[in-house]
Ligand binder design. Structure first.
Ligand SMILES: Cc1ncc(COP(=O)(O)O)c(C=O)c1O
Length: 401
């Protein structure tokens, strides 16, 4: 029964700059009378982001902003210039946009498994898929913001010739292009750690790919006097995926406080995780294994001991007005609208994760009492499971069975 006197605990609360922090950027925008079309704020935002990536990259790179990561993925795939209906490998455990971007780019999603510990589609999984069937491109996902080791993907691309684009939507500050080749797409959605409200960017050690993506975000119009096509002429079939100056203003203001906010996110994540582990008993909860910790976590995802445990936690949280979410579920291969247009490879590890994965409330400013309420709900769910087990094993239970 719902305990309606309790204040609801939300799943997440966006952390955007206050209007006062935006004002200097909005005033600059208004003074320049430029509100979109690669204006001064967008160009400044791109320059700062490019410098952050360049500082960690062994190769020159290009970067362009986009209206959102979904369009960034679609246009990065388009810019690869693959034949129509090319087979693009992506994990079955991801947000739907990874797959819809493949379809909208005119290609065929091939849904693959993930590693059971890291929850990532790894180069080893991609190599096996490419040995068993045709793979024309790979779209690994930085699952829940966990970064990929780029050296492995660089080797994969060099050895197979198959291009790789990382869907790093939730991995700003964690995913870098620290290998000779790499391409990644980031989201700046309100729920991400570098929020612009809506927005994204594509970064790559292939500057020519970035030039194509930039042109595609601007309808496909040529703006380069050195190109063979006159300036203003349509060079490719693009769309409107430009970032507006309003969004760049929010992005720049977010960037100004990112380090402090990221440190708070890390501290809260570590604290909550320690409290949940202490309540459950060490090793009962299963967390995502990561080569590098997430620099600015935005989600708190954990695997319960089993599907029954997750059901009990879901029910208790609903009763206690604590919002939880089964992130990335159902798996893409269980969504008829997608599966009908995709190739579904066996994905036992992803299916196992989807049995018991639960997204718990996590946001900056979460009250200590709310953390305690969440920990208490988890303890109660695990205790209930233990009592159910004991009574199932009791002589009474065996007699009545
Ligand atoms: C893995 C993944 N890819 C793509 C997206 C889409 O990003 P956007 O909302 O910027 O289009 C998301 C959004 O959360 C995501 O989690």
């Amino acid at each position: 029964m719902t305990e309606s006197h309790l204040t609801p605990i939300p799943l997440l609360v966006p952390d955007l700059p206050a209007p006062e922090a935006l004002m200097p950027f909005l005033q600059r925008m208004h003074a320049a009378r430029q509100y979109s079309n690669f204006g001064p704020l967008t160009c400044e935002f791109e320059t700062v982001l490019r410098a952050l990536f360049a500082a960690r990259s062994p190769a020159p790179l290009g970067l362009t902003t986009v209206a959102n990561a979904t369009l960034g993925l679609e246009l990065a795939l388009t810019a690869l210039d693959l034949p129509p209906r090319s087979r693009v490998l992506l994990p079955a455990l991801t947000f739907v946009a990874t797959a819809t971007a493949v379809l909208r780019a005119g290609h065929l999603p091939v849904l693959a498994d993930v590693d059971a510990q890291s929850w990532l589609l790894t180069p080893e999984i991609a190599l096996r898929a490419a040995a068993d069937g045709k793979v024309d491109a790979v779209l690994p996902v930085a699952t829940f913001g966990a970064p990929h080791a780029m050296a492995g993907w660089h080797d994969f691309e060099r050895d197979t010739g198959i291009p790789v684009v990382i869907d790093a939507a939730a991995a700003f500050g964690s995913q870098w292009l620290d290998a000779p080749t790499g391409t990644a797409v980031f989201s700046l959605h309100a729920t991400k750690c570098l929020p612009a409200g809506e927005g994204g960017f594509v970064v790559s050690n292939k500057p020519e790919l970035i030039a194509k993506v930039r042109q595609l975000t601007n309808f496909g119009i040529n703006l380069n006097p050195a190109a063979g096509v006159p300036v203003g002429m349509l060079a490719r079939i693009g769309t409107n995926a430009k970032m507006s100056e309003y969004h760049a203003a929010v992005g720049l203001a977010s960037l100004a406080t990112w380090d402090t906010r990221a440190a708070l996110r890390r501290a809260l994540h570590a604290d909550l995780r320690a409290r949940l582990d202490a309540a459950a008993g060490m090793g009962v909860l299963r967390w995502q294994d990561m080569a590098e910790p997430i620099a600015a976590p935005t989600l708190l995802c954990v695997r319960l001991p089993d599907a029954g445990g997750r059901d009990r936690l879901d029910r208790l949280c609903a009763e206690r007005r604590i919002m939880v979410r089964r992130w990335y579920q159902p798996l893409l291969n269980a969504m008829p609208a997608l599966a009908a247009h995709s190739v579904c490879l066996p994905a036992p590890a992803a299916a196992g994760i989807a049995m018991d994965l639960c997204g718990l409330p996590f946001y900056l400013g979460m009250a200590d009492a709310d953390e305690a309420r969440l920990v208490d709900a988890l303890s109660a769910a695990l205790d209930e499971g233990q009592s159910a087990c004991q009574s199932a094993g009791s002589p009474e239970a065996r007699r009545s069975a």
